[in-house]
Design a protein around this ligand. Structure first.
Ligand SMILES: C[C@H](CNC(=O)c1ccc(S(N)(=O)=O)cc1)Cn1ccc2ccccc21
Ligand SMILES: [Zn+2]
Length: 260
């Protein structure tokens, strides 16, 4: 079998794209080594205000399932934390594993969680469109929330109940009211670092805000994620699992914490 001359040339099976961006210096995800993170007293609390009525639809895009929001005005926004401007919520989605041993994109002290939620926001103060913000260093802000196996999560169940209707790639259903705040842990503590999108185009445009405290979901809810398919209706079925990118080198970056 022909193996790439080095791992960097390996193609990731899921995305048929290089595992590393040539010249990439701020790629995501990364391992967060708790003891190496630096408390920054200048970091403000993150202020989150979402309008549940901005929710549009939930769909399977062949990588994950995502809930999209009306981002034509400043109705669902985050501000503060490490951010200079306010950022508008565009969508949220998840990454998960085939089994509970792995599935998250970021790790904490090399520990994987079974899944990770990403709430994707863009800097509409500075950039006219999301597409342009995707290409800029301060264009996006993504809140990462770890999911751990535990109690049933009421708020998540609303999403889980919709999944059978979007089993196949490119299926979508109306989703008119949902407040993503119910998916956030109560603890305000977070880590933050400069990174990238974890799927193509892998642009280095994301200020990552990773919540320290995970939310708890139960086994049935994780299994519901795993019944989704990467494939379209009529194609040979491929279960949507392990849709996370491998860890990327920290390089010359410091992870800051909002807590001591
Ligand atoms: C990026 C955009 C599609 N991707 C995303 O929006 C996205 C958002 C968050 C993450 S994560 N997992 O890091 O939170 C990953 C991908 C399409 N798009 C817009 C402009 C554009 C230009 C070239 C190719 C695709 C393009
Ligand atoms: Zn993601």
């Amino acid at each position: 079998t022909c193996t790439p001359k080095n791992r960097n040339d390996a193609l990731h099976p899921l995305w048929q794209s290089p595992l590393t961006i040539p010249g990439g210096t701020r790629q995501s995800p990364i391992n967060i080594q708790w003891r190496d993170s630096v408390y920054d007293p200048v970091l403000k609390p993150l202020k989150i205000s979402y309008d549940p009525a901005t929710c549009l639809h939930i769909w399977n895009n062949g990588y994950s399932f995502l809930v999209e929001f009306d981002d034509s005005a400043d109705r669902s926004i985050i501000v503060g934390g490490p951010l200079e401007n306010q950022y508008r919520l565009k969508q949220f989605h998840f990454h998960w594993g085939a089994i509970n041993e792995w599935g998250s994109e970021h790790t904490v002290d090399s520990k994987f969680y079974p899944a990770e939620l990403h709430l994707v926001h863009w800097n509409a103060v500075v950039y006219p469109t999301f597409e342009e913000a995707v290409m800029e260093g301060d264009g996006l802000a993504v809140i990462g929330v770890f999911l751990k196996l535990g109690a049933h999560h009421e708020g998540l169940q609303t999403l889980v109940d919709a999944l059978p209707a979007i089993k196949h790639k490119d299926t979508v259903i109306e989703f008119d009211v949902f407040d993503p705040s119910c998916l956030l842990p109560p603890c305000p503590d977070y880590w933050t670092y400069a990174g990238s999108l974890t799927t193509p185009p892998l642009t280095e445009s994301v200020t990552w805000i990773i919540k320290k405290q995970p939310i708890e979901v139960d086994e049935n809810q994780l299994e519901a994620f795993r019944m989704l398919l990467f494939t379209s209706d009529g194609e040979e079925e491929k279960r949507m699992v392990d849709n996370f990118r491998p860890l990327q080198p920290l390089m010359n970056r410091t992870v800051r914490s909002s807590f001591q």
